[in-house]
Design a binder for this molecule. Sequence first.
Ligand code: SF4
Ligand code: SF4
Length: 333
Amino acid sequence: MQKKTVAFSKESANLFFHILTQCNLSCSHCYINPDQHGNKTLSIETIQRWLGLFAKKAFQTNLIFLGGEPTLHKDLPTAIKVARRLGFHSITIDTNGFLFHDILEKITPAEVDVISFSLDGATPATNDAIRGKGSYDAVLSGIHRARKKGFACSMIYTVSDKNLHELSRMPELVASLDIDRFFIQVIGMRGKSAAAKKTGQVSKDLWLSVIPEVARTIAQTGVIVTYPKVFLDPEETFVCAGLVADNYFVFPNGRVYRCPLCEDYPLHAYTIENDALVPSPPVNETHLFELTIPEGCVMNKIIQPGNLDYLADGEPAHRIACCMLKQEIYPQP
Ligand code: SF4
Ligand code: SF4
């Protein structure tokens, strides 16, 4: 089994494109914040023009369609075909599993690289308590139907204090699903979590004692597992992806962020105005990326300082990595 930290690179870019904010679910940790992201559904013409803004580097850009629930957008199949024609390196749909508008009948595995399903529990009881009634069954049935049609599928599990206890049951479930990749995410202080003033994040000791071990076990089932680094080892260098990587988080109200932790604030680096990417006036997130603090990530310290500890001399006990720094575990060939 091979484990590696994925270094940031300007060689590849990621475009996270929220084409609408509407959703059929109301997950307790939903990061969509209508005050900051609006409640628009982009027209297919606008989607097409906004994709064009990133087309120059399309061949090295991974495009992820998100919402809300992106399959609620009736023109998602057309958007995918347009993105394919523009030459995006890869195209992913992030879905809650309900797969609206018969999406699987309107796209092909040649057009979409991955359909990624969100599941936050190994049982309907735990998952549906977080994500909503029926969502567990929707994900399992959605994966089954997508695999039958030949689509590559992956799964995202957002870890919180509400579902950490079921992560150890995921290897068995994953092994039964015929998916290619499993992503573990950490719940963030954004959207509904921020409004409730409670992240539900797990402690450093729990994270380090559970996550790497479960990740290894899932990888043994033949699946690539990705999870966030979160806590930097003492010898590791802190790097802010905002300075060295090309990530764009586009919302339907035209805001374009470079850092997902900034999405709850009007700190976006750009705004799309009249179909042009316009840099935001100071102060915006790019000014925060340049700040150096002993705790590592600046935005982490601002919005979720609960995961920091300090020694008696006031020095931080550990540094928090950029939220986009990932560990990957590859199964043995
Ligand atoms: S499925 Fe996604 S967009 Fe919908 S409520 Fe849940 S987290 Fe929010
Ligand atoms: S999460 Fe922190 S380190 Fe990463 S881009 Fe945002 S501010 Fe920079």
